[in-house]
Write a protein that binds this ligand. Structure first.
Ligand code: SF4
Ligand code: SF4
Length: 109
């Protein structure tokens, strides 16, 4: 996305997220939160299982977000994308915190 394109809302592509935590560390507003766990994956021919991080929950608090785009820019796996929707009001403060499913749905509406 170029800087001229609208920054409406951020979409998460959960399958692309490796839980590397770079976006969490680089976000200047501390509005990204991630929960994850580790699993062992056995691969044919490997001498021992490989440990991978598995995403449990990813949230962005749009009540704190500055729409700077740093998270989208730094993600090495293109798991975050800008989408043009601007209309996502919330009746409560907590309604501005979008969880994994809601973030993933932003690309489909
Ligand atoms: S756009 Fe900026 S403030 Fe908003 S979640 Fe991404 S890095 Fe954080
Ligand atoms: S930088 Fe990308 S891959 Fe890494 S945790 Fe954030 S969204 Fe997931």
């Amino acid at each position: 996305m170029t800087s001229r394109e609208p920054r409406g809302v951020i979409q998460l592509i959960p399958d692309a997220c490796t839980v590397c935590m770079i976006c969490v560390q680089e976000c200047p507003s501390w509005c990204i939160a991630i929960d994850s766990h580790h699993e062992e994956v056995s691969e044919e021919g490997a001498r021992r299982p490989r440990t991978v991080s598995v995403l449990d929950r990813f949230t962005i608090d749009f009540g704190l977000c500055m729409y700077c785009g740093i998270c989208v820019d730094v993600c090495p796996f293109d798991a975050l994308e800008w989408q043009p929707q601007h209309d996502y009001p919330a009746a409560t403060r907590s309604g501005l915190e979008h969880d994994t499913d809601r973030l993933a749905s932003h690309g489909s509406s």
